[in-house]
Design a protein around this ligand. Structure first.
Ligand SMILES: [Zn+2]
Ligand SMILES: [Zn+2]
Length: 398
């Protein structure tokens, strides 16, 4: 099969690799119909992780089931599924508590948590490919309704960024009627803004300085704050009667830059402490990593930042962090898409074929904007699943 292979910093190519196949009876093979390039892919692409050469990237996947192992019970060939980026077993202590981003069985290195095509997250190949092997397939695949193909640009967001955007509002403790400031207007920040709107936040403020991102968040009713023109902390205070936002969301991560392009891994965290009210909550889903050899200073290289702990304590704020447990949210968010109550595809800027994927990576890097690209497999070559009567609403709930 064809797949996008990481070959070292800033080098990816589409080449022939061994077919994804059933390796354990609980596996399924999914023919990829849509997949995204994520900001995390860019960390790997830019050589800011210890990703091994030769791995297939891609953890935001949607497709049709074309083969199931002998122990797969619920999933059927022909089902359209959104596949959470977390690979999780479903039966360890953390999975049983819904913490599927921290599965204790999926990562053979002993670290909690695994993902497809991801540095330090287990041996699983990604889905920027014609096919994907999905372990523990009954648990990991979310079946989609009859509008799956037509709305695949929306449903593909269920693999990562829509649940991740929702998760950061949960980590921050956002309740209806509260105000929230979101640092970072990339795809995850946009999904956090959409989620805050779904949760009836009274005021959603998004801080960024790329005009296209600020325009996107305005389309769903968020207030854009242009970091290159105003002090975002002062602006948030102005918009909240001097109090600060009730909740804050970090959707940038360790490669935070100032408008001049200098990297400051502590920039957004310290701004959040300042911009969020006394006793407010801060959620952090932007990626921070334990070691960053390419970091800008000796502290950053060890995954540490100069953090305003004193002010955080003084203000009585709480912080919650970590990757999203996609399965905690993806069913409900699927229903919002199905019932036309959420349309996360409003952020899609480009779609392209798998062959053009290396150009996609080049675009997202040379442009200061993290574009969300959707990659389509080559229709000519792929194995088609026999068409199956789509899941009924009652089936989708099981
Ligand atoms: Zn992602
Ligand atoms: Zn588990």
């Amino acid at each position: 099969m064809k797949a996008l292979v990481y070959e070292g910093p800033r080098k990816v190519s589409v080449k022939e690799v061994p077919d994804a196949k059933i390796e354990r009876p609980t596996d399924a093979v999914v023919r990829i119909r849509s997949t995204n390039i994520c900001g995390s892919d860019l960390h790997m692409y830019e050589g800011r992780t210890d990703m091994e050469s030769g791995r297939v990237l891609g953890h935001e996947n949607l497709g049709e089931v074309v083969e199931v192992g002998s122990a797969v019970d619920k999933l059927k060939v022909g089902d359209w599924v959104a596949v959470p980026f977390n690979v999780s077993c479903g039966h360890c202590e953390n999975c049983e508590h819904g913490l599927t981003a921290f599965c204790l069985n999926a990562n053979p290195s002993g670290t909690a948590g695994a993902a497809y095509g991801f540095a330090d997250m287990g041996p699983y190949n990604g889905g920027q490919a014609e096919y994907l092997r999905v372990p523990w397939a009954d648990f990991n695949c979310l079946r989609l309704p009859e509008d799956a193909e037509e709305k695949q640009l929306d449903y593909v967001m269920l693999a990562d960024i829509f649940p991740t955007g929702y998760h950061v509002t949960e980590l921050a403790g956002l309740m209806p009627g509260e105000s929230v400031v979101i640092f970072g207007g990339g795809p995850v920040g946009q999904m956090a803004a959409l989620s805050a709107t779904i949760k009836s936040a009274s005021k959603v403020m998004v801080v960024d300085w790329h005009p296209d991102r600020l325009a996107l968040c305005e389309k769903i009713g968020a207030i854009p704050i242009d970091y290159s023109k105003v002090d975002p902390v002062e602006r948030v205070k102005e918009l909240t009667n001097g109090k600060g936002a009730d909740r804050g969301c970090e959707c940038v991560g360790y490669q935070a830059h100032d408008p001049q392009g200098r990297e400051h891994p502590n920039l957004t965290m310290n701004n959040l402490v300042k911009a969020v009210k006394f006793t407010g909550g801060i959620g952090v889903v932007g990626v921070f990593i334990p070691n960053d050899p390419g970091g800008p200073d000796p502290l950053a290289k060890q995954g540490e930042i100069v953090f305003d702990w004193g002010m955080l304590w003084f203000k009585g704020q709480r912080v919650a962090t970590g990757q999203c447990n996609v399965k905690a949210y993806n069913r409900q968010l699927r229903q919002l898409i199905h019932m036309d109550k959420a349309k996360p595809s409003w952020i899609v800027s480009h779609t392209l074929s798998l062959d053009k994927a290396p150009d996609g990576y080049l675009h997202v890097t040379v442009r200061p904007v993290m574009w969300r690209e959707r990659l389509q497999a080559d229709e000519e070559r792929v194995r088609r699943a026999p068409r199956r009567a789509s899941c009924s609403d009652a089936e989708l709930e099981r």
